[in-house]
Design a protein around this ligand. Structure first.
Ligand SMILES: *[C@@H]1O[C@H](CO)[C@@H](O)[C@H](O)[C@H]1NC(C)=O
Ligand SMILES: *[C@@H]1O[C@H](CO)[C@@H](O)[C@H](O)[C@H]1NC(C)=O
Ligand SMILES: *[C@@H]1O[C@H](CO)[C@@H](O)[C@H](O)[C@H]1NC(C)=O
Ligand SMILES: *[C@@H]1O[C@H](CO)[C@@H](O)[C@H](O)[C@H]1NC(C)=O
Ligand SMILES: CC(=O)N[C@H]1CO[C@H](CO)[C@@H](O)[C@@H]1O
Length: 527
């Protein structure tokens, strides 16, 4: 393959920043040092990174490429979606398998592999959605955590009643199963029942436009569901990851549970960090409908900044995009009924720049924290660190030369996604991916993409990943059931003793039971 030497840049990891060159050979970073030189005869591609940062490529842990949803299919597929990702400095995605309920989880996983493998231009992993519950599903979940499938997270919807949603008792059992098999539970937190009721009321009142979408989904319902998910996850001893945190109440619920020591992670998305929900009231139907996603953008204009503050202070941990792009004409399916507008926005291509602009340029995030929230922490949570998410010898050469000073204006007319609008249209952002190197190959340089579809690889992700499960097993030990051994009051003892004299077998069993619990209590104290 090839050798690339990135000269004169500043290498930024989530925990360090230093002047250094980066040497890449055959897809792997082999050296990171000040002033690396190579032999004259060697065929080396030199990349000048003077005054630039050299960062690990972004990891978007939340995409829905070519997802069949609400009767149509998202327009960005595994090829156009990952091409756009690379142009924006993202070099790995984790997509969601959301299969048909009638086919099993493994069948659905195979279908996604079949869609993705011939098309992906960057590495990818998969997270599998569980939209119905049964003992067979529980078994399939366990099967999927084996190395040949490489799934270590499952997603649950507390929204979309009647399609994806599972109820609370099912959700609780599924999280107990996740805890048992070493998987992370990811949750779409909204109260599906209350939303359905509100939708019907609004439609009955003649509110049919996109403004109905936001009114049917007040942010308190997101907060309620996020809190409920955190409480149930802690009781199930299951690590939890709340996807697309869109509002202050949801973020607050997560922060409160983190303070209690619960293993919970929160993911704000690019759209939620840059936009608020006043656009749902826009007179232009297409514009308002383009913003339809769930949970909706917050109507509180101070929310985007508040979410960024929480990201800066590690109360939220990772950024994603969640998305799922439908053309204007697809969105128009809901012209007379907002509940029929397919949900989803773009973000994959622009997220790195958005987070840089709103986070680093505005003085809230350091470049190191930027690397953490856009790349390293996701790699840690999903268990592919330091292979991904780090610039160090031995890591995959997914590297971006980032120009913090250059600006660009985001527009549908210049983006690389297929979708025919861009919710960030007209926004001027600092921070541009100059060069993107994916698997040791320069795929984006001077505004030109040179990618080959099908060159990305599937990254199997292992269960019982320490970053997530490191404290879970101890928590399980510490919360073992406790039984208090008591001398029973004499009047209850007497009948038992009498019974015992009549039936020796029963009384033996009784003694065994007491002996067991005595042992248990003792080991519990010393352990
Ligand atoms: C960098 O390495 C080259 C070649 O080994 C050497 O000539 C040069 O002095 C070094 N520069 C610095 C600043 O160390
Ligand atoms: C790196 O910087 C040194 C001195 O600062 C310069 O001589 C050299 O040409 C630069 N290399 C590249 C590839 O720009
Ligand atoms: C949840 O759904 C199951 C059927 O899948 C049902 O047996 C159970 O009663 C429901 N629980 C609640 C709390 O609605
Ligand atoms: C959702 O909100 C309703 C009120 O509409 C409440 O009764 C219910 O417990 C909440 N949770 C679920 C799972 O529906
Ligand atoms: C934030 C956002 O756009 N979320 C949407 C992403 O796509 C899925 C599938 O269409 C929707 O369920 C989400 O609402």
């Amino acid at each position: 393959m090839s050798t690339i030497l990135i000269k004169n840049g500043t290498v930024v990891n989530d925990d360090s920043q230093q002047r250094a060159d980066v040497l890449i050979k055959d897809g792997i970073i082999v050296d990171v040092q000040y002033n690396i030189s190579v032999g004259d005869g060697e065929d080396v591609e030199i990349v000048d990174a003077t005054d630039k940062l050299v960062i690990p490529g972004g990891i978007d842990p939340h995409t829905h490429l070519q997802l069949p949803f609400m009767g149509m299919t998202a327009v960005d597929d595994f090829e156009s979606g990952t091409r756009a990702a690379l142009a924006g400095g993202t070099t790995m995605i984790i997509d969601f398998v959301i299969g048909d309920k009638s086919e099993g989880l493994i069948k659905s996983w195979q279908k996604w592999r079949g869609w993705a493998d011939p098309k992906v231009c960057c590495d990818y992993g998969l997270s599998v959605a569980v939209t119905k519950w049964s003992p067979e599903i529980a078994e399939e979940m366990e099967e999927l955590t084996k190395p040949e499938y490489g799934v270590n997270s499952f997603k649950f919807f507390l929204a979309y009643k009647g399609s994806f949603m599972i109820n609370d008792s099912e959700f609780f059992e599924a999280m107990q199963q996740c805890s048992k098999i070493g998987a992370l539970a990811r949750v779409h937190a909204e109260n599906g029942s209350a939303i359905e009721k509100k939708q019907q009321e609004l439609l009955a009142l003649g509110v049919t436009g996109p403004e109905g979408h936001t009114q049917s989904r007040p942010e308190e319902l997101e907060g309620e569901a996020a809190n409920r998910a955190c409480v149930l996850a802690a009781q199930a001893n299951c690590p939890l990851y709340v996807v697309h945190v869109m509002s202050k109440p949801a973020a607050k619920a997560i922060a409160e549970h983190r303070v209690k020591g619960h293993v919970v992670f929160g993911e704000p998305i690019a759209a939620g960090l840059a936009l608020d929900g006043r656009g749902y009231y826009d007179k232009d139907w297409d514009k308002a409908a383009s913003l339809v996603m769930s949970p909706p953008l917050s109507r509180d204009p101070s929310t985007p900044e508040a979410l960024m503050d929480l990201l800066a202070s590690d109360q939220l941990q990772v950024t994603g995009t969640d998305n799922c792009t439908f053309q204007c004409c697809q969105k128009r399916q809901g012209l007379n009924d907002f509940t029929k507008i397919p949900n989803g926005v773009n973000g994959l291509e622009d997220q790195m720049s958005i987070v840089w602009e709103k986070g680093v340029h505005s003085g809230k995030l350091s470049p190191m924290r930027f690397v953490a929230v856009t790349s390293s922490t996701a790699a840690k949570i999903f268990g592919c660190y330091p292979r991904k998410g780090r610039i160090a010898p031995g890591s995959d050469a997914d590297v971006v030369v980032w120009d913090p000073k250059r600006t660009r204006v985001i527009s549908q007319s210049t983006h690389h996604q297929k979708v025919d609008y861009n919710v960030f249209e007209g926004m001027r952002v600092h921070g541009v991916a100059e060069v993107t190197i994916c698997r040791g190959k320069t795929v984006w340089r001077d505004g030109q993409l040179s990618v080959e579809k099908g060159t990305g690889r599937y990254v199997p992700l292992s269960p019982f990943n320490d970053f997530v499960f490191g404290t879970i097993n101890r928590k399980k030990e510490m919360s073992r059931p406790v039984n208090v051994v008591r001398d029973l009051p004499s009047h209850t003892l007497r009948p038992a003793a009498q019974e015992g004299s009549k039936s020796p077998r029963r009384s033996l069993e009784n003694k065994d039971y007491l002996a067991d619990t005595t042992n248990f209590t003792r080991s519990n104290q010393t352990g």
